[in-house]
Design a protein around this ligand. Structure first.
Ligand SMILES: [Fe+2]
Length: 253
């Protein structure tokens, strides 16, 4: 079974959805896909996209990204935790799993998360321009630290018993040094909303060989402290310079 990874498929863009539907229905029947968040905030398109992947792959593993939890345009009493549950139900009903997957001696473990400003404090400009601050609503007006803590507590602990080789995956970045040095200084204002050191703390407890992440849209594979960190975001249509726009095989189990 080959293990493929992709994230940030953003199928609100027709060209991205067409790419999904254009994937072979024969080539991946024995394979697994890690889908690391940011499919769409539209439930109908989420179901269509996950269903299309589940039709092609033997197994699809999923974590939501920030875009998936937007409640923009939905009823005022609906908050992003409601949306999280709705997204989880759609994923399950359409054939994807948000639970750890074990095959032979390999475990693949999803890690939920959110950004919590552990990568830096947001500027006033970031607070104005970052869409999540308008498009997500949280119960009790929880701030990012509470949201990140809530998702961290939903994650499983490493199992006891026989050691396994492990692959972990998250939507958000577990470490800020995954942002390449060539990224211009003006874009580094986004650092506070890219991820959280909590995710790094949680993934290290699994001692994974590979960690897949999304969110930055900057494709990368880099080894740090014994872990290979891989980003294979599909990204927005115009992002052809930073996103290869292909399925990436990261392992075979
Ligand atoms: Fe994204």
């Amino acid at each position: 079974m080959r293990v493929f990874a992709i994230s940030d498929i953003h199928v609100d863009y027709d060209v991205n959805m067409r790419w999904v539907h254009g994937l072979s229905s024969a080539d991946y029947r024995d394979d697994l896909l890690i889908l690391a968040g940011d499919v769409t905030h539209r439930p109908r398109l989420l179901a269509e996209c996950i269903g299309a992947f589940a039709h092609r792959f033997a197994q699809v593993l999923f974590v939501p990204g920030n875009h998936d939890l937007w409640v923009l345009g939905e009823s005022p009493e609906k908050h992003s935790l409601h949306k999280f549950r709705e997204v989880a139900d759609i994923a399950r009903d359409c054939g994807a799993s948000m639970a750890p997957y074990v095959r032979e001696r390999t475990a693949i473990v999803p890690l939920l998360g959110w950004y919590d400003y552990s990568f830096g404090e947001p500027t006033d400009e970031l607070l104005q321009m970052w869409a999540d601050f308008r498009a997500c609503r949280w119960p009790g007006n929880d701030g990012p630290a509470e949201i990140a803590g809530m998702f961290a507590r939903m994650n499983v602990d490493p199992p006891g018993g026989e050691p396994r080789r492990t692959i972990t995956f998250s939507h958000f970045l577990p470490r800020i040094d995954l942002v390449p040095l060539y990224v211009p200084r003006k874009h580094r204002a986004l650092d506070p909303v890219l991820g959280s050191v909590r995710i790094e703390e949680q993934l290290r407890r699994f001692a994974p060989e590979i960690h897949v992440y999304g969110h930055s849209h900057i494709n990368r594979s880099v080894r740090i402290g014994g872990v290979r960190y891989v980003n294979n975001a599909f990204g927005y249509p115009q992002e052809s310079a930073i996103a290869a726009k292909r399925l990436l095989c990261i392992d075979e189990i």
